[in-house]
Design a protein around this ligand. Sequence first.
Ligand code: PLP
Length: 431
Amino acid sequence: MAEARVWYPYTQMRGLEPPLEIVRGEGAWLEASDGRRYLDAISSWWVTLHGHAHPRIAAAIGRQAAQLEQVILAGCTHPAAERLAARLLAIAPAGLEHVFYSDDGSTAVEVALKMALQSWQQRGEGQRRTIVALEHAYHGDTLGAMAVSAPSAFTAAFADLLFAAARVPTAYCHRCPVGKLRASCAIDCLAPLERLLEREGERVAAVIVEPLLQGAGGMIVQPPEFLAGIRRLCDRHGVLLIADEVLTGFGRTGTMFACEQAGIAPDILCLSKGLTGGFLPLAATLCSQAVYSAFLAEDRRKTLFHGHSFTGNPLGCAAALASLDVFATEPVMERIAAIAATHTRRLERLRAHARVADARQAGTVAALELAEREPGYLAAIGPRLRHHCLRQGVLLRPLGHVVYVLPPYCIQPDELERVWDAIESGLESAA
Ligand SMILES: Cc1ncc(COP(=O)(O)O)c(C=O)c1O
């Protein structure tokens, strides 16, 4: 390939193999310029909810574009931003009362961190400067989001520049020496956080988690009791809980939000990816009244000085409203349940496979951790499986030795079986 003009994300440009040129999308399918079609089994980086080019969302964006495509959200507002905030608050876990818009998952997390830290400062508890994060966490690629993500190949080049987060182990049941997915063993996993908060709880501003499912860290599925326990410990020590549902929001784990399965509500909730049905970049950071109130002051220096050019963009808001309409008018939760049932059945079949070290699932997300001599994000099996599946007309993007399926909710039963057939044959031939 001639020297590329586009510098692709997460891509070593030396020896770049030509990317698929995708010219069209429909439902769960992507069509390349050479006419070949691929099942999008990863929802185009975990964003596409109801399918590519869903007519209702496309039409809503068109109508909004013809009326108002963009307006500054400071000193001005617009109906779509106001309506979307009301609808998000109506479906979000109880106790979240305000919506701050930004552009993507990383910026939703940046906003959450700044909200938490500045709110304590303005509540007279400025000593609360520590953010606690989990091992294997991934919260995005901006500097603040990297600081609370686990150290990895993604963050290594900047390690000396990132603020120091306190890190506690996660509930990684597959690697647990005690047992697997028992409610009581989730409590054992909480012990390090409990000790940390007992030692220095009054210096902690917030704990940040990916509820139930740590995504980029390896599709690690956690028992809801672990999340419920984190909420209990935060309450005991007066610490804020930030739930990063950038991946898990909007049905991915089987309920609208993953927090619901643990029966908890966070103080701050980060949403993006599926927010617009996957059509446009938009994010929302929701917060409690207590967090919001800390910014109310006569002193204008106590403002949350954060905003992006496209904050609350009308097109994104229109797409998000249309996506919520799809939830209301199509059997989306039934589709989610059907995907989950197929995943469960296919995982069961593969659980005993010699190459499979662990099979796990959270709703519409299913993952196989493969037994590899050299595991990790850069494991060679990932690209080999990807190529094998592409030849079968299935687009996957394994996280190294963890291969996962995370399809749009519109995927048809036979299409999902085809995805699993491709993986299964890949386990035989891409060794
Ligand atoms: C849990 C979580 N948080 C944050 C992000 C960052 O989102 P974005 O890539 O939109 O910046 C991701 C992206 O994968 C994510 O999975």
